[in-house]
Write a protein that binds this ligand. Structure first.
Ligand code: AMP
Length: 222
């Protein structure tokens, strides 16, 4: 990787595509932060700031939080010192206006932009997302269709029996999130494709296989 040019890697994928997990692995490998707008918004929503209630209500239904709120949060996060060498954006941009806004931010800072799509068929996504649960104690992630704990109801990692489902993971909400993805985010992929910035990875494989393909693509361009 050419460390003299700061790099902005944008990870785009539908809910359940594994983009969060891949972003975390990549972040550790490249030594640049992963910035998840979903995580930032969940944090704001759980607090008591001016926007908390509004953000909470939108996230619970699977809709998109207004661009102006995202613009403030992203601008402020990208101006932190740990982003100087680069960063990985997980979950932003999610529509064309956000993509245009991001471009204006990056132009000022002179980052090299790379966009990665993680593509997964919709039926697989529904099972991945609706089946997902995690250990409240150590954070280990499971899935009732694909990855159950060895001993039903006991966490493999820490032995706890305290599991949590994400409150926006029920099927109706997931369908709404997928609808938003199709309507708002797929055009963003076309936008980046036309600019020759897009790399597409088949996400319907094991985490390691997806990660290998991802790093193989990135090593050619970084
Ligand atoms: P995620 O953790 O990326 O799946 O995001 C969870 C939820 O946060 C989404 O369903 C949206 O309600 C909200 N969200 C995250 N990123 C954005 C964004 N870039 N624009 C609008 N809403 C977002």
């Amino acid at each position: 990787m050419d460390s003299s040019v700061p790099v902005a890697i944008v990870m785009i994928g539908p809910p359940g595509s594994g983009k969060g997990t891949q972003s975390s692995k990549l972040s550790a490998f490249l030594g640049i932060p992963k910035i998840s707008t979903g995580d930032i918004l969940r944090q704001v929503a759980s607090g008591s700031s001016r926007n908390s209630e509004e953000i909470r209500a939108i996230m619970e239904t699977g809709g998109l939080v207004p661009d102006s709120i995202l613009a403030d949060l992203v601008t402020s996060r990208l101006s932190e010192p740990d982003c100087k060498k680069g960063f990985i954006l997980d979950g932003y941009p999610r529509n064309i206006d956000q993509a245009i806004f991001l471009e204006s931010l990056l132009q000022v800072k002179n980052y090299k932009l790379l966009v990665v799509e993680i593509a997964v068929p919709e039926d697989v996504l529904l099972k991945r997302v609706t089946g997902r649960f995690s250990c409240r104690v150590c954070g280990a992630i499971y899935n009732k269709y694909f990855l159950r704990p060895r001993n039903e109801k006991i966490c493999d990692q820490c032995g706890s029996a305290d599991f949590a489902y994400r409150s926006d993971d029920n099927e109706l909400v997931v369908r709404e999130r997928l609808r938003e993805y199709t309507l708002q985010t797929l055009p963003v992929l076309d936008y980046y494709k036309a600019k020759h910035l897009l790399v597409s990875v088949d996400g319907n494989r094991s985490l390691d296989e997806v990660y290998d393909e991802l790093t193989c693509h990135l090593s050619k361009v970084l």
